[in-house]
Design a protein around this ligand. Structure first.
Ligand SMILES: [Zn+2]
Length: 415
């Protein structure tokens, strides 16, 4: 099959006018100008006045919280939000989680995501949710344990058994110790060892809020007091920054995604870069919590791979009577609004190539290139080729078509 479009935006190379992408099975076998590929005389689908680009890669999401969209107004204190979401979830049944996950996955497909890195609070949803969606999923099983009521060994073994039992042609599982403050050092150490042995990916929330930074650097503060009150051994606090904390317990290397990394010490950007840890930034969630400005330029300067995520709809600001959706286009626009000096091309790379790298799909997703998975989306487009990246970022609403793993998740309209 050959897909022809007015503009092909491969991301890993400049936009191609009157371009085409040739697909065989679930892979891309050629990308180029239509006139160069047309000789291959395969079945051609002419997408007309459209842009064809790689499906977006959402590097951090909590699909199971989709039903909490707009439930909580932005909190004054971060820990208040944690309490709200914990209470809200405590009344949920397995079916509630399942429905919420499914609704979120549908939103992502509609808005152009083809690969998602998702945190699974309820590991039992796997593999059922994988079978229910066309998305390419990297599901990180959430690990939480702040007291010794359940040993870190028992927590990790349960997750490892589950991962061992899962097999899916498009989806994989990994581990997500929730955050440094909701886990003990032993759990981080065991996660690092096991993930290295099995080549699993790991995602962890790091330095998300100022209170967490204070807890680890100063052995004090509101979060410190609250967590201490829950019975957590706090002897790992007061030793350095949250980024130093995860590195100290072995969470280093290119299989690790540090989610947020909003509050950094003087050496943290270099530490992340040196250890090849990816950073997932969630622009709308960042805005919702009114965090200090994201240290984008410090991280870029250090050479850290920055990718983008939607986080969950429980941390997206919603005006009265407005509906909010999970959408990487909204995240790209929120990033552009917060950092007007960032070029559209760089933003699109963060939402595609960089996310693919973080999720272990380098060369396989996030770009239109020979050998990559046939994961791509179609948008209506007008204007000059030189402005293709700007126009892509302006896209609102559902995408025209979405192809994932060579199959139409949203079929292309017949011209
Ligand atoms: Zn998160």
């Amino acid at each position: 099959m050959i897909l022809r479009a007015r503009i092909v935006v491969p991301v890993s190379r400049p936009p191609i006018p009157n371009g085409a992408v040739e697909v065989r099975g679930n892979r891309i076998i050629a990308v180029g100008r239509w006139r160069d590929l047309a000789g291959n005389r395969r079945q051609t689908i002419d997408l007309g006045e459209a842009a064809l680009l790689p499906g977006l890669v959402n590097a951090h999401c909590h699909l199971d919280y989709t039903a909490l969209a707009g439930e909580f107004p932005p909190p004054k204190i971060f820990t208040d939000w944690l309490k709200l979401i914990t209470t809200a979830k405590s009344g949920w049944s397995f079916t509630d989680y399942l429905r919420s996950w499914g609704a979120g996955a549908e939103m992502l497909v509609r808005s152009g995501t083809t690969t998602v890195g998702d945190i699974e609070a309820l590991a039992e949803l796997l593999p059922r949710v994988w079978e229910s969606t066309p998305l390419r999923a990297r599901s990180f099983i959430e690990l939480i344990g702040i007291t010794n009521r359940r040993s870190s060994q028992a927590i990790i073994e349960e997750a490892a058994d589950r991962i061992g039992s899962l097999q899916h042609p498009r989806c994989r599982a990994g581990l997500s110790p929730h955050a440094s403050y909701t886990t003990l050092p032993e759990l981080l150490r065991l996660t690092a060892t096991l993930a290295r042995r099995h080549r699993w990916r790991v995602a962890i929330h790091v330095a998300e809020c100022a209170l967490e930074y204070e807890m680890f650097t100063r052995h004090a503060g509101l979060m410190f007091d609250w967590i201490k009150g829950s019975g957590r051994d706090m002897s790992d606090c007061g030793m350095g920054t949250p980024v130093e904390h995860i590195c100290r317990y072995g969470l280093v290397g290119p299989a690790i995604i540090a989610v947020h990394a909003n509050y950094l010490g003087a050496g943290d950007a270099d530490l992340l870069a040196r250890n090849r840890i990816h950073v997932a930034h969630c622009p709308r969630s960042h805005f919702y919590f009114r965090h200090a400005p994201f240290p984008l330029h410090r991280l870029l300067k250090a050479g850290v791979n920055i990718c983008l995520g939607t986080d969950s709809l429980a941390s997206v600001y919603k005006r009265p009577h407005e509906t909010v959706e999970l959408s990487m286009f909204e995240e790209m626009r929120a990033l552009a609004a917060a950092h007007p000096d960032l070029r559209p091309k760089a933003i699109l790379q963060m939402a595609t190539l960089n996310g693919a790298r973080a999720l272990g799909l380098e060369g396989k997703a996030g770009e239109l290139a020979k050998g990559a998975f046939a994961d791509m989306i179609v948008l209506p487009i007008a204007g000059k080729i030189g402005q293709a990246h700007d126009r892509v970022l302006e896209h609102r609403g559902p995408v025209t078509a979405s192809l994932i793993d060579g199959q139409w998740a949203i079929p292309a309209p017949i011209a």
